[in-house]
Design a protein around this ligand. Structure first.
Ligand code: NAP
Length: 477
């Protein structure tokens, strides 16, 4: 009981407008509810049954009498499930409090018509209708958003939530669906429902907010949220950066969702930097030429694509005081990162050499980026380069810890850039330094591309130091 009261106090301190007490999460139901009268915020009493994903499995009659006591003691809202067998009785006996009539499905999202029907039925039985369904895809999240928007035309108070990580965006942008409020967690590590955003982060979104995030297939190690959220905090901007992990087929629904919910923009990472292009309304000419978009801006429903990786490369070269003009630079790899590096090098009029495991891909890139000579593995060792850039994943955490080129390619006085940033010191960086070269990791490329993306969404270029601190915090976890 004491820890529940402490959590309520913490919620008040962190700025909650209402406080939901999940009595079904307590070890035992408290006998005395009077201590909850100390809170001036509207209080919600919930005793969620296990059928609806909660922790209460006792008799319905006990549940009703407990909730009656909660209403009598001053809880302004009582949450009751639509399928509660004593609902009609409860409606009569819980007259003093407002009823939130809710429906949950922790496994799936129903069809849009069933969702609207559930909202209508919930509303007919109480004061606030609430639906929360687990989303297994962005298509589910889009369907829920559309159903909520349709229902919002009734003007009735309602809450609609997509549960799970994909659905976090319905919590961050709940007003854009017409919902009256949403639920936050006090502690990110212990949400009461999957996908909940922590209260401090949600509270910080008051005002003209910027909700952004990263789209990719596997984002558990992504550092972008650490960097962007650090920038939002340091600038006191009402912003939040989420992770939008999804499979390829979900991209279309996601881009629609961005328009529906007013998401300001998003980053795109492996393997969707190319695939996203056909789903955008406009693409910046440079990003089009590169064939890769890593940053998207939502301008009133139109999605515009940019590539800020090139800026990351440019800044890395500038910081190293290496001007590529007229200098022999070897690029290893022919994927997305190589395209960004080649863009900067060809713009800077470097003499470019390109090596890739699959030669055909290198040939294709050399055609796009003029002034590029494709070289074989054998030729490499007989040539001298003033700079070497690794654009393969060799050396990255989880990949073979190998040098992308023969060690003899690395020479004193050279500038060596690895696009990999995890680990901080790759085998290539270590070997290059040992041979007297100046070597940097891909950390600055990542930070500068993030800074530029942030400025695309907000008009503000954040401090390098702030994003670096976010990066370091993320990588140390
Ligand atoms: P990608 O499009 O998949 O391209 C990967 C390239 O690496 C391809 O050319 C591929 O050769 C080559 N490659 C893959 N495995 C290899 C192996 N075992 N041996 C030799 N070559 C191999 O990937 P990407 O997006 O360009 O990313 C490449 C690296 O850049 C990643 O490590 C990524 O972390 C890094 N990156 C960093 C930043 C940053 O901001 N710092 C940004 C983007 C990417 P084939 O053509 O023969 O398959």
């Amino acid at each position: 009981m004491e820890s529940t009261l402490a959590a309520c106090r913490e919620a008040v301190e962190k700025g909650a407008d209402m406080i939901e007490v999940r009595f079904d999460r307590m070890v035992a139901l408290p006998e005395d509810l009077a201590p909850f009268q100390a809170f001036e915020k509207p209080m919600v009493a919930t005793l969620r049954t296990s059928r609806q994903g909660g922790g209460y499995s006792g008799p319905d009659a006990v549940k009703l009498s407990f909730l009656k006591e909660a209403a009598r003691t001053g809880f302004q809202y009582i949450d009751l499930e639509l399928d509660f067998p004593l609902l009609t009785k409860a409606q009569k006996e819980l007259k003093g409090a407002k009823l939130i009539i809710s429906q949950h499905d922790h496994h799936k999202t129903p069809s849009p018509s069933l969702m609207v029907q559930a909202l209508v039925t919930c509303a007919a039985k109480g004061d606030v209708a609430k639906v929360a369904y687990h989303a297994t895809s962005m298509e589910d999240v889009l369907r829920l958003t559309e159903a909520a928007k349709l229902y919002s035309q009734t003007g009735n108070q309602f809450v609609a939530i997509s549960m799970g990580e994909r659905g976090s965006v319905t919590r961050a942008c709940y007003e854009n669906m017409g919902a009256a409020f949403t639920y936050a967690t006090l502690h990110k590590e212990r949400p009461t429902a999957p996908g909940q955003i922590d209260l401090v982060a949600l509270r910080a979104l008051d005002g003209e907010k910027v909700v952004a995030g990263v789209v990719g297939q596997s984002l558990s190690h992504s550092l972008s949220a650490w960097m962007h959220n650090a920038a939002f905090r340091s600038l006191s901007l009402p912003g939040l950066y989420l992770k939008f992990q999804m499979d390829r087929h979900e991209l279309t629904a996601f881009t629609e969702l961005v328009g529906e919910l007013g998401v300001r923009g998003f980053n795109v990472t492996i393997p969707y930097k190319g695939a996203i292009i056909e789903l955008l309304d406009k693409v910046d000419p440079e990003a089009e030429r590169i064939g890769a978009v890593n940053t998207v801006l939502n301008t009133g429903g139109d999605l515009v694509g940019f590539n800020t990786d090139v800026y990351g490369v440019q800044m890395t070269f500038e910081k190293a005081a290496f001007d590529p003009k007229g200098r022999k630079v070897l690029v290893v790899g022919a994927g997305g990162a190589a395209r960004s590096v080649l863009t900067h090098l060809s713009r800077s009029q470097a003499e470019i050499f390109l090596y890739n495991r699959t030669k055909a891909k290198a040939d294709e890139l050399a055609q796009t980026f003029g002034g590029t000579t494709v070289v074989s593995k054998e030729e490499l060792t007989q040539m001298e380069f003033e700079a070497v850039v690794n654009c393969t994943p060799l050396g990255m955490k989880g990949y073979p810890d190998e040098l992308p080129v023969d060690i003899s390619v690395l020479r004193p006085g050279q500038f060596v850039m690895d696009t990999i940033y995890n680990p901080a010191r790759t085998k290539l960086v270590i070997a290059a330094e040992e041979r007297g070269a100046k070597a940097v990791s891909g950390r600055d490329m990542l930070i500068y591309q993030a800074m530029k993306a942030f400025s695309v969404w907000t008009g503000i270029l954040p401090d390098y130091e702030v994003m670096l601190a976010g990066f370091q915090e993320g990588i140390s976890r």
